[in-house]
Design a protein around this ligand. Structure first.
Ligand code: MLT
Length: 261
């Protein structure tokens, strides 16, 4: 695949740590990791195709594998052959696809607030409704459908600056990137059987108050994986990197120092 020019931000030197954001967000959710981990790793945070400053994919029908291939082509294009990959939510679906397509590229894998299973029929129907609402109302449809469940109850209090910050990131995403991502999520396969074959170091990180993807999904992945470290993050919802950045940075730093001291 030809190198695709994804917009990205990087800080630090050493072991490359690539951070993939979830839906419908962009690299800005990782700001605290870019500033807090750059003494430990070379932290790279791209905008996935169709999000932030990156062009959408041409793949039709849209698939998680196409996003994973785009990430691989981008990494090739900037000369990063091996890396630790952390994927948040949809970024985790992409990370699992990438681990299936090119496990030799991954020194380690971190699954943040995500799940390995495929969508249920009801979830697929909801995705179709969300895609239709985005076509009609733009990114506001994602705010209406998702924002109330993204943050833990304490932070979801309307006085929290996090609510405005997350909403601004959501509203910045173009429908041309959002709709194919919704379709690709609906079509994704079950990655659970792949978990037990993973041989690279694996960390599973999940907010204890995640109302978008319940912590039981993290428990299921820990059970299915041959050897996974688990870092539950107290007082965090679906966006632990923003809600509890110190705890997330500490879990990521411990993981990096444990395997690549
Ligand atoms: C995400 O945060 O990326 C999405 O909520 C994941 C999903 O909708 O399955």
């Amino acid at each position: 695949m030809a190198a695709i020019s994804l917009h990205y931000v990087e800080k630090g030197q050493g072991m490359p740590l690539v951070l993939l954001h979830g839906f419908p967000l962009d690299h800005r959710i990782w700001e605290a990791q870019l500033t807090g981990l750059n003494a430990t790793a070379r932290v790279l945070a791209p905008d996935l195709p169709g999000f932030g400053g990156s062009p959408p994919l041409a793949a039709d029908p849209p698939a998680m594998d196409a996003y994973a291939r785009a990430v691989l082509a981008w990494a090739d294009g900037i000369g990063v052959r091996h890396f630790v990959l952390a994927g948040h939510s949809m970024g985790g679906y992409i990370a699992l696809a990438l681990a299936r397509l090119a496990p030799e590229r991954l020194d380690g894998l971190v699954l943040v607030s995500t799940r390995a299973g495929a969508d249920s029929t009801a979830a697929r129907e909801n995705r179709a409704k969300l895609a239709a609402a985005i076509r009609e109302h733009g990114a506001q449809a994602t705010v209406d459908a998702m924002l109330p469940k993204l943050l833990a109850p304490a932070a979801a209090d309307h006085s929290s600056p996090l609510v405005d910050q997350v909403q601004a990131i959501m509203l910045a995403q173009p429908p041309a990137g959002l709709v194919p991502a919704v379709q690709a999520m609906a079509a994704r396969p079950d990655s659970t059987p792949d978990l037990e074959d993973l041989t690279m170091p694996l960390l599973i990180l999940h907010g204890e108050a995640d109302a978008t993807i319940p912590p039981s999904e993290a428990d299921a992945m820990v059970e299915a994986a041959a050897s996974a470290l688990y870092a539950p993050i107290p007082a965090a919802g679906h966006l632990p990197m923003l809600e509890q950045p110190a705890a997330v940075n500490s879990a990521l730093r411990d993981f990096l120092n444990r395997y690549w001291p």
